[in-house]
Design a protein around this ligand. Sequence first.
Ligand SMILES: [Zn+2]
Ligand SMILES: [Zn+2]
Length: 142
Amino acid sequence: MKSTSSRTLLEQSKLKYSRQRESLLDILKEQSVPITIDQLDEIVKQRNLSINLSTIYRILDAFQKHDMIEKTFNVPTQSYVIELKHAHHRHYLICLDCKKMIPINHCPMHEIIEQIEKEQDFHVSAHQLDIYGYCSDCIKNH
Ligand SMILES: [Zn+2]
Ligand SMILES: [Zn+2]
């Protein structure tokens, strides 16, 4: 699957191009699950990108204002995780033991939301759903 280049993503989001912004977007695009800012910082260091932490925060702020990333609170690790916004939003199974996040591909909320809107006369514009438990590896090791 060919994905949009980071440069194009910046253009589409009306953000000015910079090498640092492009590098961070490249990293976020490679992730299959959300990562913490510490993890992002680690990858930046591994690649010798010389973007300091306060710059990372500033760039992420800009990404968030331009609706390019999603930031959610991860309960087992008690930290915020970020990911690029996908055309189709994702939900995750989160292992309470190894903290692994496993994406689930369909949204189980759609039917429920339709029902809520009908019953409560309420327009739902967004929702969040994380499912906690134990992954197969952790179950095996117990
Ligand atoms: Zn696990
Ligand atoms: Zn959903």
